[in-house]
Design a protein around this ligand. Structure first.
Ligand code: CUA
Length: 318
């Protein structure tokens, strides 16, 4: 259901129309009161102007009804804005569990995209219609901002951190990707296209792409190549903690703190390994700062996320 307001970008995701309605609602309320206040000021200025040099204003001691009214109406209106905005925000902040996962790395001045099946592309992002897509974002250099106006989603891409956004496309078509954060000389050229396809076309497109291994496969290979595997043994006999089931769990640290092992925790533990040492272990892990690229990091994290606690019958339980 596109809104046919010519100044707006197309509406091509599940939240786009509602986002526009909320925006128009807030704008309309603000415009209504701005006009009302200015009109009343102008009207009173003329009606109650001083007509003779010795005129004195009436002595007014307030009006409870009037004060209650102009408190209550703005309160209700601002609560509607808050409630509506918060509900939309929470929906945007929590991707559905069945979302497919894309990895996007921003660097001066391009967007590098990797699909779950391993197909890569640059400055283009093919996605199927009607399926939630969770995008994990990393930056190889400076601050960027991943912005798809037609989906009404935008997320900072921050060096040293992992951020995410999600959307579900509702219209087949080609839409802009912009970098919305000044990031150097060619910032304005850091643009791309999202191509929304039917599921059949998407499958066909994927099949025609050159896969260089899935993110998880690449992560698993890195896990061995970087020798992570020699310390992080699955049976917890290694010098580092076992990583089975670590993602999403609560980890006790040697300084007594407890943290939830989310993507940013995993990232920090690889790049700045001494920042949060797990209780019962020594801070002997080297830092991998400068040894792994942002893409490698996202692959390692994707692999670690697949490590599930071993089944009782044995095996690695991947
Ligand atoms: Cu990247 Cu602006």
């Amino acid at each position: 259901m596109p809104t046919h307001f010519p100044l707006f970008p197309p509406t091509a995701s599940t939240v786009a129309v509602e986002m526009d309605l909320l925006y128009l609602f807030i704008t309309a309320v603000c415009a209504f009161f701005a006009i009302l206040v200015v009109a009343v000021i102008a009207f009173f200025t003329i009606k109650y102007r001083r007509r003779t040099p010795d005129a004195v204003g009436a002595d007014i001691h307030g009006s409870l009804m009037l004060e209650l009214t102009w408190t209550f109406i703005p309160f209700v209106l601002s609560m509607v804005m808050f409630g509506w905005g918060a509900s939309l925000f929470f929906r945007l902040a929590s991707p559905p569990a069945n979302a497919m996962e894309l990895f996007v790395v921003g660097k001066q001045w391009m967007w590098k995209v990797q699909h779950p099946e391993g197909v890569r592309e640059i400055n283009e992002m093919h996605v199927p219609i009607g399926r939630p897509v969770r995008v994990t974002l990393g930056s190889e250099d400076v601050l960027h901002d991943y912005f798809i106006p037609a989906f009404r989603v935008k997320m900072d891409v921050v060096p040293g951190k992992v951020t995410t956004l999600w959307f579900e496309a509702t219209e087949v078509g080609t839409y802009h990707i912009f970098c919305a954060e000044y990031c150097g000389t060619k910032h304005s050229g850091m643009i791309g296209q999202v191509i929304v396809m039917t599921p059949q076309d998407y499958e066909a497109w994927l099949a025609g792409g050159r896969s260089t291994g899935t993110a998880v496969q690449n992560g698993e290979r890195l896990f061995t190549d970087l020798a992570c595997v020699t310390c992080h043994k699955p049976d917890a006999t290694g010098r580092g903690p076992s990583l089975l089931g670590v993602y999403g769990s609560t980890v006790a640290l040697s300084d007594g703190r407890k943290v939830v092992a989310d993507e940013n925790y995993l990232r920090e533990s690889i790049m700045n390994s001494q920042a949060k040492v797990v209780a019962g272990y020594q801070g002997i892990m080297p830092t991998f700062q400068g040894m792994v690229t942002e893409e490698n990091l996202l692959q390692l994290i994707a692999y670690i996320k697949t490590l599930k606690p071993a089944a009782p019958a044995g095996g690695q339980g991947k």
